[in-house]
Design a protein around this ligand. Structure first.
Ligand code: UDP
Length: 403
């Protein structure tokens, strides 16, 4: 991946800013540390941005910490506890966390000018700081954590030079500088790259999805907070007035028994309606998701609780108006009445779906605005720009930083 590949796609100002900042940082060293090489949004982001930093002449490394099974059980608990799921981290768990962190920090060369430690798993690497600017980059919502867990983690986090959160609402108050860096999508990844009409058509055929009627689509894990049952309610309300199909596409994580239960409930609620299509996607269905989003008429993301909800950005990028729940990062992506609509109920979703189905011109205009909104604000180049700007500004000890 090269910066040049994004010319003509990403915001020109971003490309210029990246070039001029990268020229100042040429040959300098940068290190990213996280806990998994693949799977999950953080690894996906790093897979895209690390080659870009390299292309810019930055001497970048990406290191993945190695954990034991008990360690990953602890960090899963930590994750849940920080997201307010009523879990405590015991003394034994902290001990495991500390010893695995120390062993990894010993093994990995942490000497760099700019070090970015992603999420709580490797947070204790800060103990090994000798020089450079160190950021703790938090990708999860820690606004209502278990207080004891947060007390311990906060003591670690406050040793960093700066903290970076995805959205203000997800952050905690800390004594070190705090920055906001919204997530992004990569327009050149399989999930988002332009596809030929034949490929889109071929995908619909392979899934046995006729394109004879407008298609409503929601792509998400079968999770109660994604509200697939509410989506079916909305579809049924619309169906009284407009003949349409509903596609619910998603996977269930193998370690998630709840997913199977939700899927069963969805099946029962669909009740054999031939116009409701449940697609169980295997992992790595990026191109298929891309094609489904491109071939649909309206995309829904009717979540009742959400992280950032990057699937919204993916659909908006494909010029689809999105009707989404007013939660998590969705309202940052859906500009009400411009790139889509925010809804709070099945009735509200149905009302907006009908409005768009009855006004194809409006829907088209919204789709255009949607793509532009994502182009300006949510492409991966903006993330690269953010990191470079933060690095330079922190080194210069600037008081006010705009990223
Ligand atoms: N996704 C996927 N397969 C699925 C369902 C979703 O690859 O079966 C992708 C989707 O395209 C998006 C991501 O997983 O890129 C979901 O991220 P989001 O932030 O929307 O929700 P999360 O599942 O992380 O709560």
């Amino acid at each position: 991946m090269k910066l040049e590949d994004y010319r003509g796609i990403a915001e020109q100002g971003d490309i210029r800013a990246i070039e001029s900042m990268a020229a100042k940082l040429k040959g300098r060293t940068m290190l990213h540390v996280n806990s998994t090489a693949e799977g999950g949004g953080v690894a996906e982001l790093l897979q895209r941005i690390v080659p870009l930093f390299k292309d810019l002449g930055i001497n970048v490394r990406w290191e993945v910490m190695q954990g034991t099974k008990p360690f990953f059980e602890v960090t899963k608990g930590l994750h849940n506890s920080l997201q307010g799921k009523g879990m405590h981290i015991t003394k034994e768990m902290w001990d495991e966390y500390e010893s695995v962190n120390r062993a990894n920090a010993e093994r990995i060369d942490t000497d760099a000018d700019c070090v970015i430690i992603h999420d709580p798993q490797p947070a204790m690497f800060i103990e090994k700081k000798r020089r450079g600017i160190w950021f703790w980059r938090c990708h999860i919502d820690i606004s209502s954590p278990d207080p004891i867990t947060w007390y311990f983690l906060k003591n670690i986090v406050e040793r960093y030079d700066g903290s970076i959160f995805s959205v203000a609402n997800f952050a905690q108050s800390v004594s070190i500088p705090q920055f906001m860096m919204q997530p992004s999508i990569d327009p050149l990844a399989n999930k988002n790259i332009e596809l030929s009409e034949e490929e889109v058509k071929g995908t619909f055929e392979r899934f046995n999805l006729p394109t004879d009627k407008p298609i409503l689509l929601q792509v998400s894990r079968f999770d109660p907070f994604k509200d697939p049952l509410g989506v079916i309610d909305a579809y049924r309300l619309v169906k009284k007035y407009h003949d349409c199909r509903l596609v619910l596409a998603g996977g269930t994580a193998t370690d998630d028994p709840e997913g199977d239960r939700v899927l069963q409930e969805v099946r029962e609620k669909a009740g054999g309606d031939p116009d409701i299509h449940l697609l169980l996607l295997p992992p790595f269905s990026d191109r298929e998701i891309n094609a489904l989003q491109r071939g649909s008429t309206i995309v829904l993301q009717k979540s009742t609780r959400e992280g950032f909800g990057l699937v919204v950005a993916e659909a908006l990028w494909k010029k689809k108006p999105v009707i989404g729940g007013d939660v998590g990062g969705i309202p940052l992506q859906i500009v009400e009445g411009v790139t889509g609509f925010l809804v709070h109920s099945a009735e509200g979703a149905a009302y907006r779906i009908r409005q768009l189905l009855e006004n194809p011109d409006k829907s088209r205009h919204m789709g255009e605005a949607a793509k532009e909104h994502i182009r300006r604000n949510f492409l991966v180049t903006r993330n690269v720009k953010n990191y470079l700007a933060l690095w330079i500004a922190m080194e210069r000890k600037e008081q006010v930083i705009y990223i």
